[in-house]
Design a protein around this ligand. Structure first.
Ligand SMILES: [Zn+2]
Length: 95
């Protein structure tokens, strides 16, 4: 933890604080860092979800060949739709 000076009143504020305790000036640097961290965490979650979608798609193909064609197609198409939804979410978060 470090101390930074408030841009409005020059009061020493913790860099973890979202606003100056003396004058209430929002500390934009911290807001920006928090947002960046949030986007990175969200991206990791979405990438994991995309892997689940790909796994469902591959499982669907294997099911269609080996077990039940209709069930395999349903699972495979669900996986494809799931991946498309995740791609749309990633695009939306990063636009
Ligand atoms: Zn201040």
């Amino acid at each position: 933890m470090a101390l930074i000076n408030c841009t409005e009143c020059n009061f020493e504020v913790s860099d973890k604080a979202s606003a100056c305790p003396r004058c209430g000036n929002p500390l934009m640097l911290n807001d920006k860092n928090d947002t960046t961290t949030l986007i990175e965490q969200t991206s990791k979650k979405l990438k994991l979800q995309r892997i689940y979608g790909a796994a469902a798609f591959i499982s669907g193909i294997l099911l269609a060949i080996g077990v039940n064609t209709i069930l395999g197609i349903v699972v495979g198409v669900s996986g494809l739709i799931w991946m498309a939804v995740i791609d749309a979410l990633v695009w939306w978060k990063h636009k």
